[in-house]
Design a protein around this ligand. Sequence first.
Ligand code: FES
Length: 105
Amino acid sequence: MAEAAQKIELCNAADVDEGSAIKVETGDFILAVFNLNGAYYVMDDICTHGPGSLSEGFISGETIECDFHNGAFNIKTGEVVEPPCMIPQKTYKTIVEGDKVYIEV
Ligand code: FES
């Protein structure tokens, strides 16, 4: 039997300025929450390539560039855009309800 999805509250939508990201730690998750033109996207904050924190990276369009070795991922899909990253970043189903941002896991 499929387990019901769990909704986890991350932050207020207003906490994330357009075109930026914040880091949110909750339970076992360390996440980067992005606001691209008012749409919210969430992925693991720790780069799959090393210790880089993607919430501190550089956003360009739909791409987040890690500030550690300058690898890059697509913010919406987590796919690798630039090496040296090889492993896609895990992304989460993101929901905005009221003024809060949630992920479903
Ligand atoms: Fe992110 Fe190396 S830690 S590119």
